[in-house]
Design a protein around this ligand. Structure first.
Ligand SMILES: Cc1cc2nc3c(=O)[nH]c(=O)nc-3n(C[C@H](O)[C@H](O)[C@H](O)COP(=O)(O)O)c2cc1C
Length: 208
């Protein structure tokens, strides 16, 4: 079985983050085909092009972690109807120097969670907008806007106690595993397609 290394980027740097707990629950529920690891963003100095020739160690560590992954799962709150600053900074750090973005071609998905009713919709779609420019194939469905999330939906060990929330998080994790497999297997089929070089591509089966 192919195992894909997945970088999990949590948009909140708060210790008791609800989004971090949801990310951990999703990771625990994903099939064995995914090896999910949270890549920390709290220690990344603000992106500054003047530092490109002598980048901080934290930037190098972060870029290596993303570059070595075969997919990215973003789980983030919404700040002022957009993504939190630390997450935008992480995206910018990974996108430079120009022409050396570590995000390009990485299949990805985004889930947003908030105590508010609209579940971080604004952050979710701002992140999707950046993903278009970064050339990241983003899972379109299912969308995940977790609204009304609060501490009492979690057990003391951080796992999701609320059954409805847990089921949605788990099904999202499974759908993401399918998305990662689809993109990588699709690329493999295209690479193996002898007709690929002349533009006459036969229909390609998308499963198995
Ligand atoms: C600066 C700031 C801005 C926020 N803006 C929004 C917002 O636009 N929409 C929303 O639903 N919640 C907003 N919130 C509330 C967060 O969703 C809430 O604090 C959430 O718990 C943060 O996620 P975390 O628990 O993963 O840290 C904001 C919180 C902060 C600190």
């Amino acid at each position: 079985m192919t195992r894909y290394r997945i970088a999990v980027v949590v948009g909140s740097i708060r210790e008791a983050s609800l989004n971090r707990k949801i990310a951990q629950a999703m990771c625990a529920a994903t099939p064995d085909s995914l090896d999910c690891r949270i890549v920390e963003i709290a220690d990344l100095p603000l992106y500054d092009p003047d530092l490109d020739d002598n980048p901080p160690d934290a930037w190098i560590r972060f870029r290596d972690d993303i570059a070595c992954s075969q997919g990215v799962l973003f789980v983030t709150p919404e700040y002022n109807r957009s993504m939190p600053g630390p997450l935008k900074n992480a995206i910018d750090v990974g996108s430079r120097p120009y022409g050396e973005s570590v995000w390009a071609k990485k299949p990805a998905a985004v889930a947003t969670a908030s105590p508010g009713g609209i579940g971080g919709f604004g952050a979710n779609h701002h992140l999707r907008q950046s993903a278009v420019f970064l050339d990241m194939p983003m899972m379109q469905q299912p969308e995940a806007y977790f609204g009304g999330v609060s501490d009492d939906k979690f057990a003391d060990d951080g796992s999701i106690a609320d059954e409805g929330l847990r089921k949605i998080a788990e099904s999202f994790g499974h759908a993401f595993a399918g998305w990662i497999d689809l993109i990588h297997k699709g690329r493999h089929l295209l690479a193996c397609d002898p007709a690929g070089s002349d533009g006459e591509r036969p229909a390609i089966p998308l499963s198995s």
